[in-house]
Design a protein. Sequence first.
Length: 367
Amino acid sequence: MPHNNEQGKPSYRRKRRRNRLIALLLALAAAVYSGLWYFIADRAADKLAAAIGRAALNGVDIRCRDLQKSGYPLRVSISCIGLSVAQQSSAAAEKTGRHGGQIMSGKAGAPAFRSAYLTAGAPVYAPHWLLAEIGAPAVLELPGSRPITADWQKLQCEGDCAAAPPRNITISAESLSIGNLPFLPPPAPLTADFIRLGSKKRNGDKAVFTLSFNDLLLPYIFPGGRAALPKADGSLEIIGDRAEAFYARLPQLLHQAGTSWLRGQSLHIKKLVLTFADGGGFSLSGPLAITPDGRINGKITVSIADAAALLRTIRSVFPAQADNLESLFFVLNSMPKNDKGEPQLVLDIMGSHMRIGFIKLGKIPPL
């Protein structure tokens, strides 16, 4: 027995030394990784400061206070409160470029955005994939428009920022409410339980733009009175040509009033599906092209889902048009059907003039 104890002591000591060595190596690795993480976080903060400085030279005032670094150990995130992005006056931009001072005034009538906070970061193992979260409430000011107000429970934007400009962008929001939209009567807000917008570059010079939403409520004003459309679920997928030119012009879009930036673009509506909570729905698909002078040409296929339920839904919105709607849906039911048995018709658009068969529907104003 004493002999066995003597033999066991060296083995025990070797095991204890090995465990100490492993613990030491793990501690050293953790210290090196921690130092590397803080180095990357400092570099990210420096790059953010440099980007804000470059933006100031280009006439954009970006402010956000109480900068914090977080996300250890698997992410590197930068957060701040009181985010403000605004166009500077030319004099303020020159002063900032020379002295790096604070911007005291913005350019009258220029775009501006304010929100409660911003958190942006990326995984250590995928630094090109940026995820940003913006805090509500927020205000967007555009030239010639009322300040657009917004509130939400959660809003995130993520995408591949390795490319310039960034690609594969997705923006999602939960419990969204947007007020003072130019096409809505005040104070009626646009609301949605969930909404997601996406942009993805495809092979060649094409891009895919997507939109999906749940419980979208869009109060709208029609000639002769105000009518609230019922809540709806929907999805949209558009394939656009000339993606490189579109992405290159993105920074200018906020500076352009109206929709003239669509001129010269061609796109294909792969699908647009809208389903109302009160029943019924429809889908659209087909190509569209906008001429350089803003006129629209295209051929859109319209399919009606559950025509009887859709009639009830639309009749509840426009009760005064009940007889006309009955006649219209009687005609729709006699139209050719698709493979799902849904009435289908073709909307022809030539030079912005719309017609279904021989029935003229009016003209779309130039974009």
